[in-house]
Design a protein around this ligand. Structure first.
Ligand code: TYC
Length: 124
């Protein structure tokens, strides 16, 4: 159950003014609602940003976007052309370790093929 956006209380506390007596529960107890922040925070997300250059082949970029960022051929082509025209583009949004791992895999493949492709991570 998602709680962060809900206005519902996280817990209810019942305060007693007298001894508990099952028959007189309503009379003897008053109800107080307390709100607490959720204990679990969502991890920060990082944008994997690919930069344009003059040498990396378009087909290679499209292949990287399909292989490591789960894009369709059409989505990958659109993102690649955006990077080519605007200078940079977002490949995806991930937790730090995943973003770092995807960037490392793409850069490793690029260097093995002698392409100067560059990637940067940016906190959301
Ligand atoms: N500009 C490159 C070319 O004309 C293509 C390219 C696109 C390179 C995106 C890098 O991140 C990139 N071959």
């Amino acid at each position: 159950m998602k709680r962060e956006k809900s206005n519902e209380p996280y817990f209810n506390t019942v305060l007693s003014s007298e001894e508990n007596d099952n028959e007189n529960f309503d009379k003897n107890f008053s109800s107080l609602t307390l709100q607490e922040k959720p204990k679990l925070k969502k991890p920060p997300l990082y944008k994997v940003i690919m930069l344009n250059d003059d040498y990396t082949p378009m087909e290679f970029v499209v292949e990287m976007l399909q292989t490591y960022f789960s894009k369709s051929q059409e989505q990958a082509t659109e993102i690649m052309l955006h990077i080519h025209q605007k200078g940079l583009g977002i490949c995806g949004l991930y937790t730090f370790e995943i973003a770092e791992s995807k960037a490392a895999q793409v850069l490793d493949k690029a260097r093995k093929n002698q392409h100067p492709l560059q990637i940067k991570l940016e906190k959301e």
